[in-house]
Design a protein around this ligand. Sequence first.
Ligand code: FAD
Ligand code: NAD
Length: 401
Amino acid sequence: MSQPKIVVLGAGYAGLKTVKQLQKKNINAEIILVNKNDYHYESTQLHEVAAGTEPASKITFKVTDVLDSKKVTFIQDTVSLVKKDEKKVVLEKQGELSYDYLVIALGFESETFGIPGVNDFSKPLVNIKTAEECKKHLDETLANYQTTKNDADLSIVVCGAGFTSIEYLGEITNRIPKLASQLGFPQDKVKITCIEAMPTLLPMFSEKLGSYGIDVLKKRGVEFKVGTPIKEIKENTVVYEENGELKEINANTIIWTTGVKGSSVIGESGFSERRGRVMVESDLTVAEHPEIFMIGDVSAVMDNESGRPFPTTAQIALKQGESVADNLEAKLAGRPSEPFSFKPLGTVASIGNNVGIGNVMGKEVKGYIGSIMKKNIINKSLLEVGSTKTLLKKGRFDYYH
Ligand code: FAD
Ligand code: NAD
């Protein structure tokens, strides 16, 4: 009798964790992992590549470096569709791939909310390619000032003030002084504006902790506009609303970080979704499809305490990967699957290399201690999806500075 076939789509935190757990188990199944690139990237560190404080090589490693080729087949291809009723996946180059069990972990894309001009005139920060484009654009635009003397070349707008924006601001404000002396532009003329729709910054933290983080960035020259939703992006211009009036800021660098949605493959494949996310069953399967697991940023898991879905994070994606591997093992052995349970450990956001703010297991952390916490979290997740070798090569051990 042929072996059951498990196909995992996406080698991000959720997909790679699932496969790494599966290959530790002694299961009688064919395991196939499909990913667009031949590398895994640490999405949680994309802001560093975008700001140019780390190269892409620091946050990536080859998927095959952590796979056991005797147990897992890796296919580098792009998934264009899931034909759930035929139990097939359509790949861009290699055509159709059948499965008995499917794990969908295709991750996130930039959310534009349909705001005009976003795709044409701003830069998203969602994968290695877009992060490298952000860096190239920032460097070239700042360098241009030498010849143009155009103030807009030194004007940067970061759209939204979620964690991605805050962490990106932390990195660029660390790097700009170095770039100024390297490229010869006047640092005091650099204008960095962060525009947030909501009336409060970092509302997930206590007022004191949130203000601490925002003050660090303000001292480094960032101006925050709050309660000012962005309405349109035009060429080198951000249009936002303030007190009922439309206003504009000129900037030759516009970074779009107003949130993310799940992969567009989810909606195109006919799953019942909202912003690319499927509200999953208690064991992370899709309603009426006990053979399909949906995890990571394409899934929504209800937090019964808050009555809202958990935020999509690497932290929950890793835990989901673990749970799916256990449940696949159970299903193959004819046992019932177990419900997924999740208790968030907390959140830490970096503000450049030396400062972090967050809540860890109910305790607030900030400053240098916060940055150490952040580095430990990066190292831990690197070990979960990578190996000891990847941790030693790509980990963060620059604790003393
Ligand atoms: P992803 O990490 O997006 O991985 C998806 C994988 O699927 C990728 O390898 C991609 O190449 C591949 N893929 C996508 N489409 C296709 C396709 N069509 N065909 C084939 N392959 C495809 N969370 C935290 O917990 N802590 C943090 O500190 C943190 N920091 C963050 C910082 C930034 C700048 C950002 C943007 C996010 C951060 N997050 C953080 C959120 C976290 O990165 C995501 O929740 C997490 O990456 C989701 O994991 P995932 O495996 O679902 O998806
Ligand atoms: P987000 O949704 O958390 O934040 C986006 C921000 O943009 C929000 O504050 C929102 O109000 C604002 N916004 C939306 N539309 C706007 C508009 N038209 N004009 C102005 N502002 C607008 O998105 P994110 O920061 O990209 O984070 C995505 C996910 O990744 C979240 O779940 C987050 O928790 C996670 N993440 C975690 C960390 C960390 O733990 N250190 C870091 C980055 C991201």
